[in-house]
Design a protein around this ligand. Structure first.
Ligand code: CU
Length: 149
């Protein structure tokens, strides 16, 4: 191997190492009954993602959609169409709290943490404020907040 070849190979290896890990796609299913028997759930309800990852909401059962209620500053809120798959790419670190509007009262909610939870105070205030609109499963708010790291 010539010196030039070795140098080029070393440079190429260095470039590969400096590239960020490839972005992941997280799949969240919208279900009438979750795998643990709970009704009206996003599964998984908590996702810890990295900036650049995407999340795909799958309308596994019908009658569901997803709307963001709290996102980090600068993020455009989302609101999907009922029964349609919906993919969003998450660039900003922080907490993203979302609901299925017709089933908020039954606790159909979810939380995504991207990197560090930089907006934790604002997000938890907004989440706790939803408890009054939930007739059942409002403990899911606390369960989700308990998973934030
Ligand atoms: Cu729903």
């Amino acid at each position: 191997m010539t010196y030039l070849t070795r140098t080029l190979l070393t440079l190429a290896a260095g470039l590969c190492l400096s590239l960020p890990a490839s972005a992941a796609e997280h799949v969240i299913r919208m279900l009438n009954i979750g795998s643990d028997g709970a009704t009206m759930v996003f599964e998984p309800a908590f996702v810890h993602a990295q900036a650049g990852d995407s999340v795909r909401f799958e309308p596994t059962n019908s009658g569901h959609y997803v709307r963001s209620l709290t996102t980090p500053d600068g993020v455009t809120p989302w609101n999907s169409a009922e029964d349609q798959p919906f993919t969003v790419t998450l660039q900003q670190p922080g907490l993203y709290f979302y609901i299925c509007p017709p089933h908020l009262m039954m606790g159909m909610i979810g939380l995504i943490q991207v990197g560090e939870a930089v907006n934790k105070q604002a997000a938890s205030d907004r989440m706790l404020a939803q408890k009054g609109r939930m007739y059942s499963n409002s403990q899911r708010i606390d369960e989700l907040l308990g998973k934030v790291r």
